[in-house]
Design a protein around this ligand. Structure first.
Ligand code: BTN
Length: 266
């Protein structure tokens, strides 16, 4: 069944959603501040694992490193509450599961190949299509997924237009947001199970899609800036970078891939 973009709603996504946990229940908002905020509020109130928050538009969408995340209508703005049993220190693995799930869902629905930039940026031909924001407490993890689906470039802030893209640009016509959201939730269910059973299998899938590994990268955070070759990702989700002075582990930094023909994504 095909749905128009305007038909995106909780009811349309919930109808025919064949998941056991993810999106059960699903809370829909035409507009909200941030799906991560509302999912956290549900989680604090005891919402079960799989509870999802989906919005038509976010007025206070957040990205990594405290950045603003433009979230106009036409995008997929989704957060899911997880209650995993591993300790909170292992939460980055859920970001990898979510970004691999998102790429797999996008490819299934649109056949557009999507790559991953560390840690969880969704990339098409060097431009950013979407991202994942993982926020964890001791009791739960909220995984937020943002994808520029039917978002025209001129509706994005001018400063990100040169480095951003949307599915609309690659597919040439609006993508069925209901179908894509259902597929993302189905894939998230699959990869969330897999990451608990076999975290390495998910990391391997992330590595296969990576545009970061094997490349010269520049790492910048408030404390440091350096360059090196991105060699691997370890079990904690840290990026391992080989520099002139040895290996360094990178956690919450900005990493840009240095290659002349690839525009900076940051
Ligand atoms: C990034 O690449 O910096 C992460 C972007 C994550 C955006 C999504 S949209 C749904 C969820 N709600 C938010 O406020 N952020 C995430």
């Amino acid at each position: 069944m095909s749905h128009s973009q305007s038909a995106l709603s909780g009811a349309a996504v919930a109808a025919g959603l064949q998941t056991k946990r993810m999106g059960q229940p699903l809370h829909w908002f035409d507009q909200l501040t941030s799906t991560n905020d509302i999912a956290q509020a549900f989680a604090e109130a005891g919402a079960p694992e799989g509870t999802a928050v989906l919005a038509g538009e976010q007025t206070g969408g957040r990205g990594r490193l405290g950045r603003r995340w433009a979230s106009p209508p036409g995008g997929l703005w989704l957060s899911v509450v997880l209650r995993p049993s591993p300790p909170a220190t292992e939460w980055p693995r859920f970001g990898f599961a979510a970004s691999v799930a998102a790429t797999s869902a996008i490819e299934a629905v649109t056949q557009i190949p999507v790559r991953l930039k560390w840690p969880n940026d969704l990339i098409v031909e060097g431009r950013k299509l979407g991202g994942v924001l993982v926020e964890a407490t001791g009791a739960y993890v909220v995984v937020g997924i943002g994808i520029n689906v039917n978002v025209r470039r001129d509706l994005l802030p001018p400063e990100i237009r040169p480095v951003a893209t949307s599915l609309l640009e690659w597919v040439g016509h609006p993508v069925d947001l209901v179908e894509l959201t259902q597929e993302v939730l189905r894939a998230l269910e699959r990869y969330y199970q897999l990451v608990q059973d076999d975290p390495h299998a998910v990391l391997e899938q992330w590595k296969v899609r990576s545009v970061t590994l094997g490349r010269q990268v520049r790492v910048i955070d408030s404390a440091q800036a350096f360059e090196g070759v991105a060699e691997s990702v370890d079990d904690q989700g840290a990026l391992i970078v080989r520099t002139d002075t040895g290996l360094r582990r990178v956690f919450a930094s900005d990493v840009s891939v240095r290659e002349p023909q690839v525009p900076s994504l940051d």
